[in-house]
Design a protein around this ligand. Structure first.
Ligand code: H79
Length: 571
């Protein structure tokens, strides 16, 4: 592969960081929720080129439509975002409960959204707008007390013959060193010199950038602004904190500082065809799940070419903000908890308190925290302060809750606890009235292995899963769980099966139920697996007790062509 190409396996770099961040990350856990802004010439194109709609991530339009750099550059002549008001963006971020803003200073298309002496291909010199929006944002953030960071694509620059990424205009490898010295480094220096304090530089797609280049960039950032963080996508393990894969909400988390970045719909840059907004409850769930594993959640908005954040997106963000107004204590400065993810949601913690985020409200009148070892002083709904009755039963904590969720999108129950809290047994538990996921990372395996898979739904719309790989005849995965009553449950499997493995046979068992099922082809997308949920049948849990759910390979075809994300028991 030519060096100019983007190596998909390495596009986001390693998820590792240096241990010592020099104290720069102290504010990180207090922030928790950030606004990501993708805004550039692609916003003006809005996912459309020459009458054709390109579904998926719109900031890749130039790449997918193979638009010559000269022609793409002409978008600048009509880029005139007269609706842009820095205070409105900042006001929305505040209303949404976000404490940091990270905006694209230069994306892969190479267009600088700020005044730059290093390249005339910038918003001040090349558009009728002629203003520097990053200056205005920096001022508005300063006034409102929000942190500001800049996204900078350091490796790909489709406008430059010497940088990586543009294979349609430029043949052969360019002089990357020259691009680094004459554009990337000078522009990053401008960003760190002309805009006041910068919270972080958000690098992206390090690809095959050299260790020396990553090290030099990091050193430059820290020399110019010692408090400024760099994310792990600087490459070569030289970041101050980890950025997970795009749109990745993990089940288990890395040590130390980490964040995940997410789209509100299925694109980062504005696309006028994409209305697939996540609801407030979904966003809160993704935020809470990140915090429950000690991470930060940065959610993207894609302003239009006129500079306005789409109204639907803004309205939903304000709803999240109102929820945070009532429940912020469970998010800001809160973090990892000893209670693992449950079918009803997840749990965040701070010293002396646990916060149960009930994202899926059971209509059964009870909420269980399994394998509870600890002293509860009191339980209250965080938003209303109303007390919640609790008791202990069979080693579990049982809370008596109303049939309908009192706090709309996600109700938080605060447990004030004394001393150490432990939730033993991995916390796998069958919650009545909900979908109980038995996920790959929590399985004990025999003759197969843990792995990860990523795939796209729409173009550039990434999904990630922890999976079980290496299935053979006799391989098995098992999950132990507790149940507090008898019941019939519907069993589903989340798996990907390439055509080569179609018809492979597996056996599932739980309690007295045991049968074989065939794996059905779930398709292939650009050579990658896509995970789909298949219904396998009904199983019976005969009484309260401990059970084992297992799946075993009987006749497995096509080496590596079947991966299992997990099983689900729902009722
Ligand atoms: O800025 C957003 C994305 O544009 C950026 N990261 C987030 C924050 C990003 N850059 N690259 N990637 C994400 C990985 C994308 C890979 C793909 Fe492709 C782009 C898959 C499809 C389009 C390159 C071209 C690999 C396959 C075809």
């Amino acid at each position: 592969m030519a060096r100019r190409d983007v190596d998909v396996a390495r596009m986001w770099g390693e998820a590792s960081v240096r241990r010592e961040d020099g104290g720069r990350g102290e504010w990180f856990a207090e922030s928790r929720f950030a606004m990501f802004v993708h805004w550039g010439l692609y916003s003006e194109a809005a996912g459309r080129w020459r009458g054709r709609t390109y579904h998926g991530i719109s900031e890749w339009l130039m790449h997918v439509a193979r638009i010559p750099a000269r022609e793409y550059g002409r978008l600048a002549r009509r880029f005139n975002p007269t609706a842009f008001r820095a205070e409105e963006w900042v006001g929305l971020a505040k209303d949404a409960g976000m404490r940091t803003i990270v905006v694209t200073a230069k994306h892969h298309d190479g267009f600088a959204m700020f005044k730059s002496a290093a390249s005339r291909f910038n918003i001040v010199d090349a558009t009728p707008f002629g203003r520097d929006p990053l200056k205005e944002l920096a001022e508005a953030c300063g006034k409102a007390g929000l942190r500001l960071g800049f996204y900078y694509s350091q490796f790909q620059d489709w406008h430059e013959a010497d940088a990586a990424g543009n294979t349609w205009d430029f043949a052969g490898p360019g002089d990357f060193e020259r691009y680094l010295r004459t554009k990337a480094m000078p522009q990053i220096e401008e960003l760190l010199t002309n805009y006041g304090p910068v919270a972080l530089i958000w690098f992206d797609t390090p690809g095959s950038i050299s260790r020396e280049a990553s090290a030099e960039l990091a050193a430059m950032v820290h020399r110019l602004q010692p408090r400024c963080l760099v994310n792990s996508r600087i490459g070569n393990g030289l970041g101050d904190y980890v950025t997970l894969g795009d749109q990745e909400i993990p089940l288990t988390a890395p040590e130390g500082l980490w964040e995940t970045v997410d789209t509100h719909n299925d694109t980062w840059g504005y696309a006028d065809n994409d209305h697939n907004w996540k609801r407030a409850g979904e966003l809160i769930g993704r935020l809470a799940r990140s915090v429950s594993l000690g991470g930060n959640y940065m959610l993207n908005v894609g302003p239009t070419g006129k500079g306005a954040i789409p109204g639907e997106s803004a309205a939903i963000l304000r709803e999240v903000g109102r929820w945070l107004g009532r429940n912020g204590e469970s998010v800001y400065g809160a973090g990892r908890s000893p209670v693992g993810r449950q079918a009803w949601g997840c749990c965040t913690a701070r010293p002396g308190a646990l916060y149960l985020h009930v994202l899926n409200w059971p209509a059964t009148g009870e909420l269980w925290v399994p394998d509870w070892k600890g002293k509860v002083r009191e339980a209250r709904f965080l938003a209303s302060c109303e007390a919640v009755a609790f008791s202990r039963k069979g080693g579990h904590l049982r809370l008596a809750i109303p049939a309908v969720a009192p706090d709309g999108p996600a109700t938080v129950i605060k447990l004030t606890v004394g001393g150490q809290v432990k939730a033993a047994g991995g916390g796998l538990f069958l919650h009545d009235g909900l979908a109980n996921e038995f996920a790959a990372p929590f399985a004990s395996l025999h003759g197969c292995r843990h792995g990860k898979r990523s795939w796209m739904e729409k173009f550039g719309d990434w999904h990630h899963a922890d999976v079980i790989v290496g299935w053979k005849r006799g391989s098995s995965a098992r999950w132990e769980f507790g149940a507090v009553r008898a019941g019939m449950y519907c069993l589903y499997a989340d798996y990907a099966c390439l055509p080569e493995a179609d018809g492979s046979e597996f056996e599932v068992s739980v309690g007295e139920s045991r049968w074989r099922f065939p794996a059905l082809c779930t398709g292939r997308a650009e050579g990658r697996v896509r995970i789909r949920r298949e219904r396998l049948g009904m199983v019976t849990v005969p009484k309260a007790g401990r059970y084992v759910l297992s799946v075993r390979g009987v006749d497995v075809r096509g080496e590596g062509a079947f991966v299992l994300q997990g099983l689900v028991l729902e009722r």
